[in-house]
Design a protein around this ligand. Structure first.
Ligand SMILES: Nc1nc2c(c(=O)[nH]1)N[C@H]1C(S)=C(S)[C@@H](COP(=O)(O)OP(=O)(O)OC[C@H]3O[C@@H](n4cnc5c(N)ncnc54)[C@H](O)[C@@H]3O)O[C@H]1N2
Ligand code: MOO
Length: 408
């Protein structure tokens, strides 16, 4: 059997990042940037007011107080975005009404907030002195022209999107999200909401895997159920390739008489089927299909096996395609509060409930090891990773843990 790390490395060695292109800003959310961003202009672009109030010459109001207020004629007004109709220069001995964000008239050397005045429109009484330059936001005080703002590989989050838009970028270069076609196979499968027969079950996997794609930052196309018919599967796969950067299938890869995924892809070639030394998730297939050499992961049908295989093998591949630098979820450590038994010769991923309290991180095993235990999977928030050598781990021992549902 192939060790987990060897299987993952084989996959990653064959996966290429998707070429970057200019994307609309919001599409790049959560992706690493593929270009260096240098400020072409300063931020703020012009001196502007930080308060609603009056632009003044500092010397005129330096002594203003409640007892000895200063009176100035209001010679005009300037609102944000209203520069065309506004006073652009002012002389000593006058005040200009100004709104937050409006360009400060030339000659002004402070802004007095309206609260420190009688709010007059013809003349204004100022009863408190600002400091020199107070409430004037100088051009370039945030970002200067030529400043390095973002570098290749930096993750684009809400704040970076805000910055890019603020410097006038409507598009940014990033590797696109991989489009993942998710196909589940099995004659026993029915769509949720349909009537079940005595031998049928709902197709949980294609929903779970499509959701996992989204959680990983990819775009999921859920094809839904394909029956255990080789020709039907081959056609469905071929039809879907036009919109796929990656294909993920569930089911049909073990030893059964109707394991169509394995049957069809073995005949077509390009995909290798391996037994990986892990539980759940032993039967794994990975390779390439179609003219465009589209990567395909054939995951086992047992729901927990499917989920864990996706987490361990598909997530790192998708992240590599998107240009992320950290590919696999970081391994944490937590003290197990339950006794654990594990299979020899396989890396076992048990479901766990992870908690951080005052005394440190702990994890308790949730449910059994069975790869059909969907209720326990949903109740868990972590995977406890037991090495090939470990068979029994007593409570109180620190164990490696993959904490799920967290960005990394
Ligand atoms: N003789 C052997 N039998 C099995 C072996 C083996 O080595 N020798 N391996 C077992 C292991 S381990 C796994 S994992 C499964 C993998 O089986 P397949 O990938 O071929 O999957 P299926 O047989 O199609 O289904 C397995 C199981 O999962 C249920 N299933 C399938 N698709 C879905 C879905 N979309 N949603 C919910 N549940 C699904 C299916 O009904 C089966 O119960 O093989 C073992 N057998
Ligand atoms: O590998 Mo299977 O996934 O053990 O149930």
């Amino acid at each position: 059997m192939t060790p987990v790390d060897v299987h993952l490395q084989r996959i990653l060695d064959q996966i290429e990042p998707i070429p970057a292109y200019d994307q609309p800003l919001l599409e790049a959310m959560g992706l690493p940037i593929a270009e260096d961003i240098v400020a072409q202009a300063p931020l703020p672009a012009f001196d502007n007011s930080g308060m609603d109030g009056y632009a003044v010459v500092f010397k005129d109001v330096a002594e203003a107080s409640e007892q000895r207020p200063v009176h100035l004629p209001v010679v005009g007004e300037v609102a944000a975005g209203g520069a065309a109709r506004a006073v652009t220069a002012m002389s000593p001995g006058t005040a200009v009404r100004i709104m937050t964000g409006a360009p400060v008239p030339q000659g002004a050397s402070a802004v007095v907030p309206v609260e420190w005045t009688d709010a007059g429109t013809v003349k204004v009484q100022i009863s408190r002195a600002p400091t020199q330059g107070q409430h004037i936001r100088l051009a370039g005080s945030d970002v200067q022209s030529g400043d390095a703002l973002l570098s290749v590989g930096d993750l684009i989050g809400p704040r970076q999107i805000g910055l890019l838009a603020s410097v006038g970028r409507s598009r940014v270069s990033a590797r696109p999200r991989p489009r993942v076609v998710v196909i589940s196979t099995g004659d026993e499968l029915r769509e949720p909401g349909e009537q079940l027969g005595p031998d049928s079950i709902y197709d949980g996997n294609s929903y779970m895997l499509a959701a996992s794609c989204r959680a990983a930052g990819a775009i999921a196309y859920r094809v839904g159920i394909v029956r255990d018919d080789p020709q039907g599967f081959a056609e469905a796969l071929s039809d879907q390739l036009v919109r796929a950067d990656v294909v993920v299938t569930s089911g049909g890869v073990s030893m059964g008489a109707y394991d169509v995924v394995k049957e069809v892809l073995t005949e077509q070639g390009g995909v290798s089927f391996d037994e990986v030394a892990m539980q759940p998730g032993k039967p794994q297939g990975f390779g390439f299909v179609g003219e465009d050499h589209t990567p395909i992961f054939t995951l086992p049908g047992n729901p927990v096996s499917s989920y864990i295989s996706f987490e361990v093998f598909v997530v790192p591949a998708l992240r590599k395609m998107m240009g992320r630098s950290v590919l696999s979820r970081p391994m944490m450590r937590a003290v197990t509060t339950t006794d654990i038994t594990s299979l020899p010769g396989k890396k076992q991923f048990l479901r766990g409930s992870y908690q951080v309290a005052r005394g440190g991180a702990t994890v308790a095993q949730v449910g059994g090891a069975g790869s059909h235990l969907m209720g326990d999977l949903s109740a868990a928030n972590a995977l406890i990773v037991c090495s090939e050598q470990q068979t029994s781990i007593p409570a109180g021992t620190p164990v490696p843990v993959l904490v799920l549902d967290r960005d990394f």
